[in-house]
Design a protein around this ligand. Structure first.
Ligand SMILES: [Zn+2]
Ligand SMILES: [Zn+2]
Length: 326
C-alpha cells in the first residue's frame, strides 16, 4: 500500500521530544545497523514524536525499519489525539498496527479537567477498529505522578482493562515504579488474555509472576544498558514464548547508541544483545519474536484481528449493557 494517503499529523503536528535547554545528548541520527537475518516487529513505538536533528517522518521511519529487518510496528497512542492518529496510520499502512489509550500520566490531568470519562469513551470507540489491536499504553506511573494522581490512574487503568477485554485485544501496560500495584489490579479485576508489560522494568521476581500468569514481557533498549543486570536476569528466566521486543522510540535508545535519537530501525541492537544474553542463535530468537508478536496482536496483513468474531460477540454483549465508562 505504498500509495497510501499520508495521515495528517496529530492535532498540533508531530511532537518534538521535550528536552532540557542544554541537551547534553548527541542528537545526530545513528546509521543503519546490520540488518536482522529474519525480520521482526517493534511492538511499541511512538512515530509521532520527533527527536534530534535530521528527523524522520513516520513513513521514512518505517522504510528505514524495513531495511534493518524490522518489518512492522505497533504505533502507540498516549492521549486522544495520538490514539486517533495511531488508528489512522494503522488503517493506511500495512506495516502498522495501533494501540490506543490515555497514558497514566495523562489520566490525572484529564480527571482534574473533568474530561477523563469522555476521553475513555472515545478510546473505547477507537478500540473497536479492526487494525487497533491493543489498548495501551495504560497502567501506573508512580515515578512521574504523585500520590494525588493515583486514584485517577487506577480508575483509568481499570477501565482500559475492561476495554481490552470487551474488544478481545491485547493490553499494553506502562508500569513505572508500580510493579506490586499493577499485579494487584490485574489479579483483582482479571487480566485480558494477552497482557504485555511494555518496556519491562522488573527483575527475576516480576518475571516469575509474569511466567505464572502467562503475561508477556516486552524488552526495550534498557535491557542493553550496562547497569541492567537484573533485566537481563529476568530475560534469562522468562518463558521464551512470552518474550517480546520494542523500541519505545524515540526514547530508550539501546547501547552502544544510548542517548541518541531512537527509531524502530535501531532495534537490531537490542535483538542482538537479547540473543547474546540468551546464548541462542540470532535466527532462532528472531523467529520466536515474530511468532510471539503475531500471537499477541494478530497478523499485520489482516484487516481485522483473528478473533474478531469473538471480539464482536463480546462487544455486542457489552453494548447491551451499560457503556464501559459509565
Ligand atoms: Zn511507557
Ligand atoms: Zn511508550
Amino acid at each position: 500500500m505504498s500509495g497510501a494517503e499520508r495521515p495528517e499529523a496529530p492535532a498540533g503536528g508531530l511532537r518534538k521530544r521535550a528536552v532540557g535547554e542544554r541537551d547534553p545528548r548527541d542528537l545526530e541520527r545513528p546509521g543503519l545497523p546490520e540488518p536482522l537475518p529474519i525480520a521482526v516487529y517493534d511492538n511499541h513505538t511512538h512515530l509521532e514524536i520527533e527527536d534530534g536533528i535530521d528527523t524522520l517522518d513516520p513513513l521514512e521511519s518505517l522504510d528505514l525499519a524495513e531495511r534493518s529487518g524490522v518489518r512492522g510496528v505497533v504505533q502507540v497512542g498516549t492521549d486522544l489525539a495520538t490514539s486517533r492518529w495511531s488508528a489512522q496510520l494503522a488503517a493506511s499502512d500495512p506495516r502498522v498496527l495501533a494501540a490506543v489509550a490515555l497514558h497514566p500520566n495523562e489520566a490525572p490531568k484529564l480527571f482534574a479537567q473533568g474530561k477523563l470519562s469522555a476521553h475513555l469513551s472515545e478510546i473505547s470507540r477507537l478500540a473497536a477498529e479492526p487494525r487497533v489491536r491493543a489498548v495501551g499504553e495504560t497502567g501506573l506511573d508512580f515515578f512521574r505522578t504523585g500520590e494525588d494522581g493515583r486514584d485517577a490512574q487506577i480508575e483509568a487503568f481499570e477501565t482500559h482493562i475492561d476495554i481490552a477485554k470487551a474488544n478481545g485485544i491485547a493490553l499494553q501496560i506502562h508500569d513505572r515504579d508500580a510493579h506490586d500495584e499493577v499485579v494487584e489490579i490485574l489479579s483483582r479485576v482479571g487480566a485480558p488474555e494477552r497482557t504485555v508489560f511494555h518496556c519491562f522494568s522488573g527483575d527475576v521476581r516480576l518475571a516469575r509472576i509474569c511466567n505464572e500468569h502467562g503475561w508477556y514481557m516486552s524488552f526495550s533498549g534498557t535491557s542493553t544498558f550496562k547497569n541492567a543486570v537484573p533485566l537481563r536476569e529476568a530475560l534469562q528466566i522468562a518463558r521464551p514464548e512470552l518474550v517480546l521486543v520494542e523500541t519505545d522510540a524515540p526514547f530508550l535508545t539501546p547501547e552502544p547508541l544510548r542517548g541518541r535519537p531512537n527509531a524502530p530501525y535501531i532495534m537490531p541492537h537490542t535483538v542482538r544483545r537479547m540473543a547474546a544474553t540468551l546464548e541462542e542463535p540470532l535466527d532462532d530468537v528472531c523467529r520466536r519474536l515474530v511468532a510471539n508478536t503475531e500471537r499477541v496482536y494478530g497478523s499485520w496483513a489482516d484487516e481485522a484481528a483473528p478473533d474478531t468474531s469473538n471480539a464482536r460477540a463480546s462487544r455486542d454483549a457489552r453494548d447491551t449493557h451499560e457503556g464501559v465508562t459509565a
